[in-house]
Write a protein that binds this ligand. Structure first.
Ligand SMILES: Cc1cc2nc3c(=O)[nH]c(=O)nc-3n(C[C@H](O)[C@H](O)[C@H](O)COP(=O)(O)OP(=O)(O)OC[C@H]3O[C@@H](n4cnc5c(N)ncnc54)[C@H](O)[C@@H]3O)c2cc1C
Length: 303
């Protein structure tokens, strides 16, 4: 089937926006990644279920992404269907100290809405550029806080379209991990709880956190946040710097001179360059300190 035949077929069977041979560099904060065979952007949960049915009927693999801010996508791209969970699943509802947010809700928007409603505890999310679904899978966090601590329950569906609800205690949230990552499911929404506080005070804390990020993070270049997890009791950035890897460069990919756990794309960098620099860092840090740094970013596609 040609690309235009495929496009017409998808257009007929699917209501949501469809892209064929879509460069994934347009959907990752690193601006890296080859083409996805098919990329779908569900406008609601019904579209999502329709996409899953289509994938099953055609025997196509499915990959789910959020805002692509924690992803290293292969230069050869991703085979099958990529489902991007974004604005179509981004409803927010608030009642008393409880917030319901769709999986596609941007974290900075969630933090702002909580602040406006006088709910504290969400401030650290203001500077994390992912969406709610990705944040729950990764248990995103900063400065000693993590989203898992705010969770009451998570709604999800499996690849056959069956719905599930999980209580927070079933999800084993820990440092940059939750059991959602192993469940082979798609997060559709979450119920979170906060603590009442004055909006003005919440705003001040949020602005302080954002100012700290602007100071220490190289936000002027495409990046994916921290590349490695911090090993117990230490910081990956400190180890990388002490191992002499700061400013290391492969092609147009560089270990940031500002923050050694950030690897930046100076323009036109590739996933294989990132992998090469990652391996060099892991080798050098392990040789010097005996610690094997584990990747925080998620590799997707045909490596
Ligand atoms: C400048 C910058 C700063 C950052 N700072 C932080 C920080 O302070 N703390 C932190 O923890 N992270 C940080 N990150 C990393 C990233 O923003 C978070 O991990 C974020 O939660 C990822 O969300 P996402 O929507 O971008 O997910 P993606 O990167 O799109 O996906 C991440 C993983 O989740 C899966 N996934 C995504 N959505 C769903 C879903 N609905 N259902 C099932 N699986 C899904 C994907 O398959 C993938 O495995 C930073 C990134 C950048 C670029």
């Amino acid at each position: 089937m040609t690309n235009s035949d495929l496009y017409l077929e998808l257009h007929r069977s699917m209501k949501c926006p469809v892209c064929i041979q879509e460069p994934m560099c347009n959907h990752t904060s690193w601006r890296i990644g080859g083409p996805a065979d098919i990329l779908l952007k569900p406008r609601d949960e019904q579209d999502l279920r329709q996409a899953l049915i289509y994938a099953r009927q055609q025997g196509l693999p499915v990959t789910v992404i959020g805002n692509g801010t924690n992803l290293l996508v292969a230069d050869r791209g991703i085979r099958g269907i990529v489902i991007k969970i974004g604005p179509g699943l981004a409803d927010i509802e608030m009642r008393d100290q409880i917030i319901y947010a769709g999986a596609g809700t941007p974290l900075p928007l969630l933090a702002r809405k909580a602040m406006q409603a006088g709910l504290a505890g969400f401030e650290f999310l203001a500077g994390i550029p992912g969406n709610v679904g990705g944040a729950l899978v990764m248990n995103a966090g900063a400065n000693g806080y993590a989203i898992g601590e705010l969770v009451r329950q998570v709604t999800a569906c499996d690849y056959a379209g069956n719905s599930y609800t999980f209580k927070a205690q079933e999800l084993a949230f820990s440092y940059r991990h939750s059991s959602l990552a192993q469940m082979n499911i798609i997060v559709t929404g979450v119920v979170l709880h906060g603590k009442p506080d004055l909006a003005e005070e919440i705003k001040n804390r949020m602005e302080l956190a954002l100012a700290w990020r602007r100071q220490v993070q190289p936000l002027e270049y495409p990046n994916a946040g921290s590349v490695f997890k911090n090993p117990p009791g230490d910081s990956a950035g400190r180890l990388i710097e002490r191992a002499g890897c700061k400013e290391m460069r492969v092609g147009n990919i560089q270990v940031s001179p500002r923050h050694a756990n950030f690897i930046v794309n100076l323009g036109g960098g590739t996933a294989s360059d990132v992998l090469e620099i990652v391996e060099q860092i892991q080798y050098t840090v392990e040789k010097k300190f005996g610690i094997k740094l584990a990747l925080e970013v998620q590799k997707l596609g045909e490596f």
